[in-house]
Design a binder for this molecule. Structure first.
Ligand SMILES: C[S@@+](CC[C@H](N)C(=O)[O-])C[C@H]1O[C@@H](n2cnc3c(N)ncnc32)[C@H](O)[C@@H]1O
Length: 171
């Protein structure tokens, strides 16, 4: 990534909403969390978790979150565009939250989603409050029948709302 991201902060709004969607899912999945910095890891402890981020500065923070939650996470530094089909094929589930916030992230994320489906990833989930680049990503993905966009809203501890892009693979 050419720009420093400066994205480390205590809490981004969307990660915890992924927990709601994934809570009932099977154990022992290989899960890739993309754009991880401080992803809410609580719900992921039963999975083999890999965290990918372009910015190496986020990893100590990510590891601290993992330790505090009793979770082991493998670290992978790289961009969304760096993920090759062979690597994507090793995961069952790909999750991301608050990762499509710049226009130039739409292309690599769309490519990642389509490649993942093509190589057999079972499910891709991306949560966001509803930024314009995320909406564009959803619109592109909705051209395929494997995609739905779910609404989420919270009233506590804070009032927030947004959407979860869900793409289901051919499994
Ligand atoms: C807004 S933060 C969200 C962090 C995390 N999902 C959470 O909920 O705490 C966005 C993250 O995406 C990462 N990121 C931005 N562009 C990226 C890219 N092209 N490839 C990989 N990671 C990227 C940033 O470094 C940052 O850690």
């Amino acid at each position: 990534m050419s720009r420093p991201c400066g994205m480390i902060r205590s809490r981004w709004p969307s990660a915890s909403k992924l927990g709601w969607v994934t809570n009932k899912q099977a154990f022992s999945k290989a899960v890739l969390a993309i754009g991880t910095s401080c992803l809410a890891l609580m719900g992921y402890s039963r999975w083999a978790l890999t965290g990918l981020d372009a910015d190496a500065a986020v990893f100590p923070y990510l590891q601290l979150h993992a330790q505090r939650n009793g979770v082991h996470i493998a670290i992978r530094q790289g961009t969304f565009a760096d993920l090759a089909p062979q690597e994507l094929a090793t995961f069952d589930l790909i999750v991301g939250a608050d990762i499509c916030f710049w226009e130039d992230l739409v292309d690599p994320l769309y490519r990642l989603v389509r490649l993942s489906v093509a190589v057999g990833v079972a499910e891709i989930l991306v949560a966001d409050p509803g930024r314009p680049p995320f909406d564009e990503l959803c619109a592109r993905c909705l051209q395929h029948s494997d995609t739905e966009v779910l609404a989420w809203a919270t009233t506590t501890p804070v009032v927030e709302s947004g959407r979860i892009l869900r793409v289901v693979g051919n499994v």
